[in-house]
Design a protein around this ligand. Structure first.
Ligand SMILES: [Zn+2]
Length: 148
């Protein structure tokens, strides 16, 4: 083999290997994500959530959106939201301190903000960021995501 064909063969091998690795890692990440999604769906369907955590949080919050509340607005809400998203930290999924009542409008804004900040949502990649556990900082974050 001459120099050039040796070089080309080497290059071909390199790119095959790296392509394989790429797909391998990609599939692995996808698999983990799909598993999280399945667990998440199961969590929202189970009794502990439907008959325990969810109504307890709604009652604690008097069916009022806690995000609007921190901006001095009284809005009723029926959605119970994980302050730190389930997808980002599933260890906080049963923690009532990580749950809050939210209205539909804030929920949409928060979901958008979470996708941008945490990298949640299908097709996105989770980011290594600090979790924001305090509801009082979130409306400002959510507003900034909307105006961008
Ligand atoms: Zn709200």
């Amino acid at each position: 083999m001459n120099h050039e064909s040796k070089y080309l063969a080497k290059r071909k091998k390199w790119s095959e290997k790296h392509t394989q690795n790429y797909y391998h890692n990609y599939n692995k990440t996808q698999r983990v994500r799909n598993e999280t999604k399945l667990e998440q769906d199961k969590f929202y369907r189970n009794k502990q959530w439907k008959k325990g955590l969810r109504p307890a949080v709604l009652e604690r919050d008097n069916y009022l959106c806690q995000y609007c509340m921190s901006h001095g607005r009284m809005t009723s809400g029926k959605i119970v939201d994980h302050i730190i998203p389930y997808e980002f930290d599933s260890s906080k999924r049963d923690d009532v301190n990580n749950l809050a009542t939210i209205c539909a409008r804030c929920h949409t804004a928060k979901t958008l903000w979470e996708q941008e900040y945490y990298g949640t949502g299908s097709g996105n990649e989770l980011k290594e960021v600090a979790a924001v556990p305090d509801i009082k900082y979130l409306p400002d974050f959510m507003d900034s995501a909307k105006t961008q």
